[in-house]
Design a protein around this ligand. Structure first.
Ligand code: GDP
Length: 434
């Protein structure tokens, strides 16, 4: 890990936030952090500033009182490195809002997104990649995503940055000393050929990183699977079978589905959005049905997998390129003749499990794919773009400048965060309360 210098921030104001989702739940957790949480507040809670621990306390909220579990983590042994108090109340937003009023009256302010983690970072509780992996972990939508973020979470990415930064710094020192002392015989002498070799190794390391990792965007991980076909082939029925409930309307009247009906579901830890679309047919159709068909085409164009559904009495001829052939209503058939199709029955459930497996086969993430945050990924791209093999007499000067530029990009990720704006950009991606 590159050397970091972080100012330990003292005398910050005290902040609070709801750490659990809004709404009705078994409990709500409200977090408070600050280095100068007033003694009056400790008195109000009935706990002592010197004594961290877990306490059951009845706290007065004006017209009523609420029995709360209070967790007190004394600075610096807390998530933020400051005094942290967690108040666990019943999961009722009326109670939560009353507690917020009390906190405001004590002069605390509501935290901004990621402010708790930012304080933890500034107080050296963790490195920036650990902090970012907290955010990535919270927003990861599936087991697969968590697996892909493993290198990031385990600090392997930080390790890569540390190594590559050291390499660049070493090379830069050698080149700069050569430039400074070129008349007197270089201190750490390096030939033009060796520079080219060292640069090639560096580029290879950066290229390998960019090949191994992809930028993490939680939206990118969701796959879209669309059901298309003529009216009445059983798209809505299949949709309902797959999502396990009656979401789309089923009817033997053609043209029932007009808007695209969507539902998210998980297949072995991968989140997919399944879409039921308006049936495609020619002949006399209403204006609204035509609009529905337009949406079907849009859905198809942007999908990751298209399931084209037929029924046995139809002539089977695919209309959608790269679609997978599904023949529904297999209960009406004695033999299954088409080799390249999956036979299913939304009515009896036959073949539905196979259909799930087929979908997963198409959308499952590459097992070799690993993720890093977009910020980290972009920094490596920029560093990589800064460096290229140089020829000619200026090779020392130009390479030195390129290496300085690359270092700047890499340090931007792990280096000295004297620029508050960069920090705010990192932490604004967090949720409030984290
Ligand atoms: P969509 O227009 O393609 O969405 O088709 P629907 O799901 O609305 O179904 C059209 C008709 O086919 C309805 O009457 C369904 O009950 C019927 N249907 C759907 N799936 C099956 C199936 O697997 N077997 C049989 N026998 N009928 C089905």
């Amino acid at each position: 890990m590159a050397a970091r210098s972080r100012k330990v921030v003292r005398k910050q104001d005290s902040i609070y936030a709801l750490a659990t989702p809004e709404g009705v739940s078994a409990i709500s957790v409200i977090r408070v952090t600050g280095l100068s949480i007033s003694k009056k507040f400790f008195n109000f809670l009935g706990i002592e500033r010197k004594k961290p621990g877990v306490f059951l306390r009845k706290i007065s909220l004006g017209d009523f009182s609420e029995k709360c579990l209070i967790l007190y983590f004394k600075a610096p042994r807390s998530y933020t490195g400051e005094d942290v108090i967690e108040i666990q109340s019943h999961g009722n937003m009326v109670i939560v809002s009353e507690i917020f009023d009390v906190l405001e009256n004590f002069g605390f302010r509501e935290a901004q997104a990621g402010e708790f983690t930012k304080r933890g970072f500034l107080n050296n509780k963790f490195t920036i990649d650990e902090a970012e992996s907290v955010a990535a972990n919270v927003s990861a939508g599936s087991v697969e995503e968590l697996r892909m973020l493993e290198d990031f979470r385990l600090g392997k990415v930080g390790h890569f940055f540390s190594n590559v930064t050291k390499k660049i710094e070493g090379l830069l020192v050698t080149i700069e000393s050569q430039l400074d002392f070129s008349d007197e015989g270089a201190v750490g002498s390096i030939s033009k050929n060796n520079i080219k070799k060292e640069i090639a190794v560096l580029k290879r390391d950066l290229d390998n990183f960019l090949r191994k990792y992809s930028p993490f965007q939680s939206e990118m991980m969701k796959k879209r699977v669309v059901l298309v076909g003529q009216p009445n082939v059983g798209k809505s029925s299949l949709f309902n079978s797959l999502v396990g409930g009656r979401v789309a309307l089923v009817s033997n009247a053609p043209g029932t589905t007009r808007d695209v009906v969507r539902k998210n579901l998980f297949l072995k830890g991968v989140e997919i959005t399944l879409e039921d679309t308006a049936g495609i047919r020619t002949g006399q159709v209403s204006e609204i049905e035509k609009m529905g068909m337009g949406l079907t085409n849009e859905s198809y164009e942007t999908s990751d997998l298209c399931l084209e559904v037929f029924e046995p009495k139809q002539k089977i001829k695919k209309k959608f390129k790269d679609s997978v052939l599904i023949i529904n209503k297999s209960d009406l058939l004695k033999v299954h003749t088409k080799k390249n199709a999956l036979y299913v029955s939304a009515k009896t459930g036959a073949g539905i499990e196979e259909l799930r497996k087929l979908i997963y086969k198409y959308i499952k993430p590459d097992p070799k794919l690993s993720l890093v945050t977009e910020r980290v990924y972009k920094a490596v791209v920029k560093a990589n773009n800064s460096i290229e093999t140089v020829r000619g007499d200026d090779i020392f000067e130009i390479t030195a400048q390129q290496l300085r530029d690359a270092l700047l990009e890499l340090r931007y990720v792990y280096g000295n965060f004297s620029n508050e704006k960069i920090l705010d950009r990192v932490f604004s991606k967090f949720c409030i309360g984290k």
